[in-house]
Design a protein around this ligand. Structure first.
Ligand code: ATP
Length: 233
């Protein structure tokens, strides 16, 4: 579904991505793990088009989308749930969800909102309250719900477990499992390698802008290098 080849991206003279190649197949959950500053967020932002790509190609469903604007990529079905959730605090939960459907012109938006409410009943209970009144875990659910309102074919999740209490971390990884069971294709960026490797089909390890290892979640979880560097073993 997604095929990235030789992706480079830079902040001025700092090369953040040095030729990344990565594939995501339909229905797969693919994780990108790596330490703070490895380039994970830059990678996702370059896939969604908000960060300029200085070399490489991005193909989505067999078409080269490298030159499309971010909103055009959303219309094609690539929706990002950003790091740090970025919900609009003063706006209601429902209005935050509506924003996720901003590029849509069909009339199934309300039906999709009900699906998000089925996935996260707490959001329905609180739908008229400001998003800023939600707990961190609930805001993460809202951020995922907002991305789902774009009707993604490929959902990009940037550090969904960040800053959450362990029980909520587990809940968020369960949401990923649920979405996968419903057939969603997911590219998951995580510093929580343990959780990400348990939930993904395949994973890539990113170190200072370069992919250094790839394999199934189980293979990487058993890899000595990964265990020492990312699993604290
Ligand atoms: P984190 O887990 O902190 O999000 P990351 O793996 O997502 O880390 P990036 O945020 O993509 O890493 O950063 C990759 C590299 O690019 C780092 O060296 C970082 O310092 C640098 N960088 C990121 N954003 C900027 C920016 N706006 N200006 C300059 N350098 C940046």
């Amino acid at each position: 579904m997604l095929s990235v080849t030789g992706m480079e991206s830079a902040y001025g003279r700092i090369k953040a991505l040095k030729g990344i190649s990565l594939q995501v197949g339909r229905g797969e959950v693919v994780a990108l793990i790596g330490a703070n500053g490895a380039g994970k967020t830059t990678f996702l932002r370059t896939v969604s088009g908000v960060q300029p790509m200085t070399a490489g190609t991005i193909e989505f469903e067999g078409q080269n989308i490298s030159r499309l604007r971010p909103d055009q990529r959303v219309v094609r079905g690539i929706c990002q749930c950003p790091e740090g959730r970025m919900v609009f605090g003063p706006m209601s939960i429902e209005d935050n969800l509506r924003l996720g459907a901003y590029t849509r012109k069909d009339n199934e938006i309300l039906a999709d909102m009900e699906k998000v409410y089925d996935l996260f009943p707490v959001l329905k209970e609180k739908r008229l309250l400001p998003a800023g009144s939600l707990s961190g875990g609930q805001q993460q659910m809202l951020a995922i719900g907002r991305a789902l309102m774009g009707r993604p074919k490929l959902l990009l999740l940037d550090e969904p477990s960040m800053g959450l209490a362990p029980i909520l971390v587990e809940e968020i990884f369960n949401v990923v499992r649920n979405l996968k069971a419903q057939g969603m294709t997911i590219l998951l960026v995580e510093q929580n390698a343990f959780g990400a490797l348990a939930v993904c089909d395949r994973a890539y390890v990113l170190e200072t802008g370069t992919i250094t290892l790839t394999g199934t979640g189980a293979e990487l979880a058993a890899n000595d290098q990964v265990r020492a560097a990312y699993l604290g073993m």
